[in-house]
Write a protein that binds this ligand. Sequence first.
Ligand code: FAD
Length: 421
Amino acid sequence: MAARPVREARPASVQELADTVRTATEEGLRVKTVGTGHSFTSIAATDGVLIRPDLLTGIRRIDRRELTVTVESGTPLKRLNAALAREGLSLTNMGDIMEQTVAGATSTGTHGTGRDSASIAAQIRELELVTADGRVLTCSEKENPEIFAAARIGLGALGVVSAITFAVEPIFLLTAREEPMSFDRVTAEFEALHAENEHFEFYWYPHTGNCSTKRNNRSAGPAAPPGRISGWIEDELLSNGLFQVVNSIGRAVPPVVPAIAKVSSRALSARTYTDIPYKVFTSPRRVRFLEMEYALPREAAVGALRELRAMVDRSPLRVSFPVEVRTAPADDIALSTASGRDTAYIAVHMYKGTPYRSYFTAAERIMTAHGGRPHWGKLHTRDAAYFADVYPRFGEFTALRDRLDPDRVFGNDYLRRVLGA
Ligand SMILES: Cc1cc2nc3c(=O)[nH]c(=O)nc-3n(C[C@H](O)[C@H](O)[C@H](O)COP(=O)(O)OP(=O)(O)OC[C@H]3O[C@@H](n4cnc5c(N)ncnc54)[C@H](O)[C@@H]3O)c2cc1C
C-alpha cells in the first residue's frame, strides 16, 4: 500500500460504522474501507482512517419468497457460499476465487464468466451505504435508484457499503467440461463456444498454440465431484505445485520459458465433473502473480488476442503465466466494465517477482486500441480522461460523487487518477 493510515477502526455495527465515518469527517481525516486486500492496485490505500471489516460479517436475513440474502459487507464470499449451500441456495455466478469480502469484490466489479449471468455486483438487489456525513442510505431500484445505479460498483468512492442484498436461487448443479484445445480452434469457434455454453472460458499459454477450455452448464445431476486423488492431482499438484515450480524456473532462466510452456500446457488433461456452483466456479490459486485485465466489446476479443499472440511472438518477452479469456453480458451499472455492452475479458498475468511492465504496457496498448476498460482492482495506467471516453455514463458517476462526497472524504491517490479531482 502506498499510504499509511493515521489509525484503524473495527466497527462492530452499522451505527459504529456511521460514527467512525462522521468522527473522521469532523476531524478532516479521509476514510477508506478495505476488504481482504486482493486488489493489485492501491485502490484501498488511505492516509486517514482505515476501516477493517472483520466485525461486520455474517448473514442478516434470508428471504425465501423473494429469493434474496442480506449480508454484512465484510463477509468473505467463501463464508457466504458455504452458508447459502447449507440453506439450499446459491449465487448465480462467481469469479475464480472466493477469498474476497462481498463489498470488496463487488466494489471493483469482480466477475467470472457468463453468457447470461453477469458480475457479482449485477446480482445485487439492494445495498446499504454510509455516506460521508454519516447517514445510512438504503439503495435499490425503488429507493435512491440513481445511487443504486452507481454504487453497486462504487470503487469505494461514494461511501462505505455496510450491507448487501443479493439475488439467490435454489442450489443447482453444474457440469464442468475441461478440455485442451488448439489456439486456432478456440479463436475460430469462440462465438459458438460462448453461445452454446452458460459459462465458457479459456486459457491460452503464451509461446504455444495450446489452450485449456472450461465449459460449465447446468445439470440435472447426479453430483459427480472430481475424485479425491485425481482432483488433487489437477487442482493442487498441476495447477499449483508444479505450476509454481515451472514459474520459478522461468523466472530464474527466462530463455527456457517457451520450451517449458510447450510441455506444461499439455499437462492438464480433459475431465468432466458435476458439483454445486461455487465448487465448480472457484479453485485454489496459490501461485502469486500480478495481473492486468481488460474488458473489450466481445466482438473485438479474438482479434485482440491474436494481436497479443503476435506481439509476444515477435518480442523478447518470456511469459510463463497463461492469458485468461472470459465473457459477460451487458449490464446496467454505470462503471461496470460490462456497462451497456456485451463483453469479453482478456487478462494477462506475470509470476510475482518477474519484470512485468514491458509485457503489460504492450498488452495495454492493444487493449486500449479496442476501447478496452481495465478491471478497477487490477493493474493499468489509465486516467479520468480515458475513462470519460470509454464509459458513456462516467459523468453520471462523477456527478453523484460530487453530490455524495464533495469533500472527498473517501478519496485517495488512485481515485484522483481514475475519477479526477
Ligand atoms: C488470486 C486472485 C484472484 C482473483 N480473481 C478474480 C476473478 O476471478 N475475477 C475478478 O473480477 N477479479 C478477481 N480478482 C480481483 C479481486 O476480486 C478484486 O480486486 C476485489 O476487489 C478484491 O476484493 P477484496 O475484498 O480483497 O477488496 P480490497 O482489494 O481490499 O478492496 C477493493 C475496493 O473495495 C473497496 N471496499 C472494500 N470494502 C468496502 C466497503 N464496505 N464499502 C465500500 N468500499 C469497500 C475498497 O476501498 C477498495 O476500493 C482476483 C484477485 C486475486 C489476488
